[in-house]
Design a protein around this ligand. Structure first.
Ligand SMILES: Cc1cc2nc3c(=O)[nH]c(=O)nc-3n(C[C@H](O)[C@H](O)[C@H](O)COP(=O)(O)OP(=O)(O)OC[C@H]3O[C@@H](n4cnc5c(N)ncnc54)[C@H](O)[C@@H]3O)c2cc1C
Length: 404
């Protein structure tokens, strides 16, 4: 079994295959700090627009949150009280996914296991049914499509679920991808577009000239740039690179997950399945991903017995067949979470952009984020759909609190 503090499975193989060692260039139109999903998506889109791009990664590609994710693109199942402001961006990004997928698969020559079976959100017992009704009302009020199903209707869709399921919601427009394949495809697409990706290369400081960022400093030297994009995930909120006046309200939320191996004998699921305890997502290579804990424990790495126990117990409660499935890998990663759980996409200073805080929705929001960053670099402004996600919203909120 593979035990990892980031993500496992077929990632290392793909990464090792495609990523040649790269020397640090002296300058680049854009330097991206962080080779996670957000940094690579933006790098690829910017390179397609004709810019020279260097991506600097402290660790290895995807080592932060991006290889730890389940890959659900699920604005309906994820919708909960308080997430209305994020919904238009989530739906905009979901609508961009088919085009993003087609471009990416064509550029990389790799499939990303894009699946469209939708999500089933389950309830067992009267209390959970009550809460599911509340969730359904909220979805309907927000204009999302979600169909109420009786217990037998749920089991007609997924016969391997436990007979005691009381009710469910079917969110037909939720999709999913395989994060390991998306990251491998992004690496390939970036390299083919001329992006330089340098691993084991922490950015130690931004280089300023007067009030403008003109590059970055690393242990291997400086790289000059017209624009630096900070895409350093959960670490973007740490003191170090940014002056105090630009500090970002971003913190890590640890998520533990595991991968089960399904076979013809054990059976598997067709849809993504959500309960109040876990989500499960079947991948076409036979893995069933079970995730994910949500833990406010700083950057404490690793997996815990309590975390894995909760995941397995939550999965077994609805899918007894997991008892026969082999555990292939367990891992954890750090969601980059802002104070309102929504991303921060903005220009922080001349020459300095940021795209971070994607919390549990980085995959869902990647196409819209990458296009928004490309728009910001090209025109100096964000497209309309992303305007609400600047840093100013936190400053305005704290000013409102101060005057209250
Ligand atoms: C368990 C789990 C399940 C999830 N499931 C889903 C899901 O189903 N659907 C979904 O949409 N989202 C999901 N997410 C969220 C998603 O994974 C994240 O929102 C997304 O991966 C964030 O990408 P990122 O590029 O911003 O951050 P990261 O992937 O963390 O990348 C940031 C990178 O920056 C590097 N870095 C940091 N500081 C420096 C520096 N100074 N110099 C150089 N490099 C630096 C880090 O090493 C890291 O590799 C999940 C997350 C977790 C943890």
């Amino acid at each position: 079994m593979d035990v990892s503090s980031s993500a496992p499975l077929n990632l290392r193989r793909t990464r090792g295959d495609v990523l040649p060692p790269a020397a640090l260039p002296a300058r680049s139109d854009v330097v991206v700090v962080g080779a996670g999903l957000i940094g690579l998506s933006a790098a690829w889109r910017l390179a397609q627009a004709g810019r020279t791009i260097t991506v600097l990664e402290r660790d290895t590609v995807g080592a932060g949150a991006s290889l730890a994710a389940t890959g659900m693109l699920a604005p309906a199942a994820e919708h909960e009280p308080g997430s209305d402001p994020l919904l238009p961006l989530a739906l905009e990004s979901l609508s961009r996914w088919p085009g993003f997928r087609d471009d990416l698969q064509a550029a990389a020559g790799l499939e990303i296991d894009y699946r469209e079976e939708g999500t089933l959100v389950l309830a067992i017992g009267r209390d959970e049914v009550e809460r599911l009704r509340f969730r359904h009302d909220l979805q309907v009020r927000s204009g999302l499509e979600a169909r109420w199903l009786s217990g037998p209707e749920v089991r007609a869709r997924e016969p391997s679920l436990r007979p005691g399921i009381s009710a469910g919601l079917f969110c037909a427009h939720d999709h999913q991808v395989d994060p390991s394949l998306v990251m491998a495809a992004l690496v390939r697409a970036c390299l083919k577009a001329g992006v330089v990706i340098v691993e084991a290369c922490p950015v130690e400081a931004l280089v300023w000239s007067d009030a403008r960022v003109i590059g970055v400093r690393t242990g291997g030297g400086e790289v000059g740039a017209d624009v630096v994009l900070l895409a350093s995930g959960a670490w973007s909120g740490e003191a170090g690179l940014l002056p105090e006046t630009l500090a970002l309200p971003v913190r890590p939320l640890r998520g533990q997950s595991l991968a089960l191996r399904t076979t013809k004998r054990t059976g598997t699921l067709k849809h993504m399945v959500w309960t109040e305890q876990v989500h499960m997502a079947p991948k076409s290579d036979g893995h069933l991903i079970v995730g994910a804990t949500v833990e406010d424990c700083g950057f404490a790495t690793g997996v815990t017995a309590g975390g894995l126990y909760a995941l397995l117990e939550g999965a077994r409660r609805v899918l007894p067949g997991i008892e026969e499935m082999a555990v292939e890998a367990v891992w954890s990663g750090f969601r980059p979470t802002s104070d309102d759980d929504a991303p921060i996409i903005d220009a922080l200073a001349p020459g300095l952009l940021v795209a971070t805080g994607h919390h549990r929705n980085g995959y869902l929001l990647a196409p819209a984020t990458a296009d928004a960053v490309a728009g910001l670099v090209a025109n100096g402004t964000l497209p309309d759909y992303a305007r609400a996600f600047g840093l100013a919203r936190f400053q305005q909120a704290s000013e409102r609190r101060a005057f209250a």
